[in-house]
Design a binder for this molecule. Structure first.
Ligand code: NAD
Ligand code: A1AUG
Length: 522
């Protein structure tokens, strides 16, 4: 009997309804608990050894700059090399662990994370500035990745039974997906648990060992995941936790001859740099490094005159301002046909004005942006926007002891404007007018990115055409362009949005394996 038969089919972890009093209270209690433990020193984790360094990353609450989340030890090149040696050594035994056994570690971790869901979410509320629902969705997605990739590894290991090779008389032929080696995992801060867990767990369940360099803004939640994997008994050296500077540790490992693959999610600029550095072969290197690079977006929503305009306006606002617009999938552009333009714009502005700004732990709709550099960059873009469009609401800083910015809407923006073309990664929406729905789609497609998009219409013929002509990795109809679900919406983008790896999809683990064909003469 196949091993997958013993496991229930994959199901997405349900989201918590914080309108229910007990759920809200449970989250408040978790936040209080996490707050009582803030400010700890966090070690590196290399080959089972915990190492505290003098140099530290101070992780702070972006919504309350006086609050320190933790002091995280920081790797340098010497420690990165030590981690590489630990990972190389662990690979020799980990690669021999059968796939279904490797999967058990992920399943155990998923179970524990589900039991402690609010604890993980509460830490993200404080470290990344997510409100309750955004943090809860992040944790749910992390649980999904663990459950999904565990099942996927088992499925791949049974591929010869489910997708047999064409029989060749006189031969016994098998295809096996074997691991690659040591990988460097470089996640972003904006899904500080889900993306970190997804990238790491996919690589290790496939039989690789990894060096996890978390984003410097959110290393404490990343450590909580590394500690969970230790708790479930993952052998030492399989997951090495090495926070550090992107340019120092990142470049060192990207160019290292023993690095077999790099799994990166982050900005276009860093992704292209990694891709370029990894293409060079270092002395002693005997393979072509594999690079999985998921990068930025300039996503958008197209609305035609037949659409449900209330639903479209709500989707535009949710996609633009959810987690302060700091999603690669954020709908930072909207293109509306002229006959309904004024009406939709009015609805969007009215909904935006209702968004409350404030501390994430008080569960306000809009919290802070992640750090001072982002804050300044976004405010600069808002000034550019004032030259490029008509400011309808927002337009500057908001009150609070953190990096708060008003949700900002510009209308009448030309498709070639900078705020229509460049990823701002903040709460800024640019709206453009189109003479008809085909022109709106052409405006939507006029970007170097290609990650997510939505088309709002009630016309079936137009929907069919839009499904073909809107060019992006994740295209939605009559719904927001954020919020992909593991399994249901494999996620990844075209063009400068990356390598279209389709995280949470059936192709994903193939990126961390190599297929070996064995043919035996009978
Ligand atoms: N396509 C996707 O699936 C996806 C998902 C989430 C975020 N993103 C994108 O990520 C960006 C926001 O995240 P960010 O600010 O963390 O991105 P970033 O590129 O600044 O950083 C990403 C990671 O790269 C590391 N890094 C920086 N310089 C490096 C170097 N020289 N070598 C190796 N690593 C280096 C950082 O420390 C971090 O861990 C946005 O552009 C967003 O669109 C994309
Ligand atoms: N997968 C997430 C976006 C991840 C990037 O930030 C979504 O679909 O909204």
């Amino acid at each position: 009997m196949s091993t997958t038969a013993k496991l229930e089919s994959f199901r997405n972890e349900p989201f918590t309804d914080f309108n229910q009093e007990p759920a809200r209270q449970a989250m408040e209690a978790a936040i209080a608990q996490v707050k009582s433990e803030l400010g700890r020193e966090i070690p590196l984790q290399i080959g089972g050894e915990k190492i505290f360094t003098e140099a530290k990353i101070r992780s702070i609450n972006p919504g309350n700059l006086d609050e320190t989340i933790g002091y995280v030890s920081k790797a340098d090149q010497e420690l990165a090399e030590k981690a590489m040696q630990a990972a190389l050594s662990a690979f020799e035994s980990w690669k021999k662990v059968p796939p279904h056994e490797r999967a058990q570690y992920l399943l155990k971790a998923a179970k524990l994370m589900t039991e402690r869901k609010h604890e993980f979410s509460a830490l993200m509320v404080l470290e990344s500035g997510k409100n309750y629902a955004e943090a809860d969705a992040d944790t749910a997605e992390a649980i999904d990745f663990l459950n999904f990739y565990a099942r996927e590894m088992i499925r791949l290991s049974e591929i010869n039974e489910t997708m047999p090779l064409t029989p060749v008389p006189g031969e016994h032929n098998r295809l096996t997906y074997i691991p690659l080696g040591v990988g460097v995992i470089i996640p972003p801060w904006n899904f500080p648990l889900a993306i970190c867990v997804g990238m790491t767990s996919a690589a290790i369940v496939s039989g690789n060992t990894v060096l996890l360099k978390p984003a410097s803004n959110t290393p404490v939640i990343a450590y909580k995941f590394a500690a969970l994997m230790e708790e479930v008994g993952l052998p030492a050296g399989v997951l090495n936790f090495i926070p550090g500077s992107g340019s120092e540790v990142g470049d060192y490992l990207t160019t290292h001859p023993k690095t077999r693959f790099i799994s990166f999610t982050g900005s276009k600029e860093v992704g292209l740099r990694i891709s370029k550095l990894a293409a060079d072969t270092a002395p002693g290197q005997i393979w072509i490094k594999r690079v999985v690079a998921e990068m930025g977006g300039k996503d958008g929503i197209v609305v035609d005159e037949t659409a449900d305009l209330d639903a479209a306006a709500q989707a535009i606002v949710t996609s633009a301002f959810g987690f302060q617009g700091q999603k690669c999938s954020a709908g930072s552009r909207a293109f509306i046909v002229e006959s309904v333009y004024d009406e939709v714009v009015e609805k969007v502005v009215s909904l935006t004005k209702q968004l409350e700004i404030g501390l994430p732990e008080h569960n306000k709709a809009v919290g802070p942006v992640i750090d001072e550099a982002s804050y300044r960059k976004i405010l600069d873009y808002i000034e550019i926007g004032k030259q490029e469009g008509q400011l309808l609401t927002g337009g500057g800083k908001a009150e609070g002891n953190g990096y708060y910015i008003e949700p900002t809407v510009f209308a009448g923006v030309d498709g070639k404007a900078r705020i229509m073309q460049e990823e701002i990664f903040g709460p800024v929406l640019a709206i453009g007018k189109a003479k008809d729905w085909r022109e709106a789609i052409a405006l939507y497609n006029d970007t170097e990115f290609g990650l997510t998009g939505s088309f709002f219409s009630r016309d079936e013929d137009r929907i069919s055409e839009a499904l073909e002509t809107m060019h992006c990795g994740n295209l939605y109809v009559n719904r927001k362009c954020t919020g992909a679900l593991v399994g249901g919406h494999p996620f990844g983008g075209f063009n400068m949005s990356g390598t279209d790896s389709k995280a949470g999809g059936y192709d994903y683990l193939l990126l961390f394996t190599q297929a070996k064909l064995t043919s035996r003469k009978l």
